[in-house]
Write a protein that binds this ligand. Structure first.
Ligand SMILES: [Zn+2]
Length: 64
C-alpha cells in the first residue's frame, strides 16, 4: 500500500456525532465521531474486524 500524499487536502474529516455509543445492547462503548459504524470495534460485523487473532472465539474457548 502506498502512502497517499499528505497535506494535499485540508478538508475537515466528516463527523458523525459526538455522543454515539455502540448499537449493541448493553454495550456502552463510545464511538468516535469519525467512526461511521454503529457498533464499536468489538461488536462490528466480522468484515470490519481487523484483529490479529488475539481474541477470536477459538482463542477464548481454549483459554476459558
Ligand atoms: Zn459494542
Amino acid at each position: 500500500m502506498r502512502a497517499t500524499s499528505a497535506g494535499r487536502a485540508r478538508r475537515r474529516p466528516k463527523t458523525y456525532g459526538d455522543e454515539r455509543v455502540c448499537a449493541e445492547k448493553r454495550c456502552e462503548t463510545r464511538l468516535s465521531r469519525y467512526n461511521r459504524e454503529t457498533f464499536c470495534f468489538a461488536h462490528a460485523p466480522t468484515k470490519y474486524r481487523r484483529m490479529r487473532g488475539e481474541f477470536t472465539a477459538e482463542y477464548s474457548s481454549r483459554n476459558s
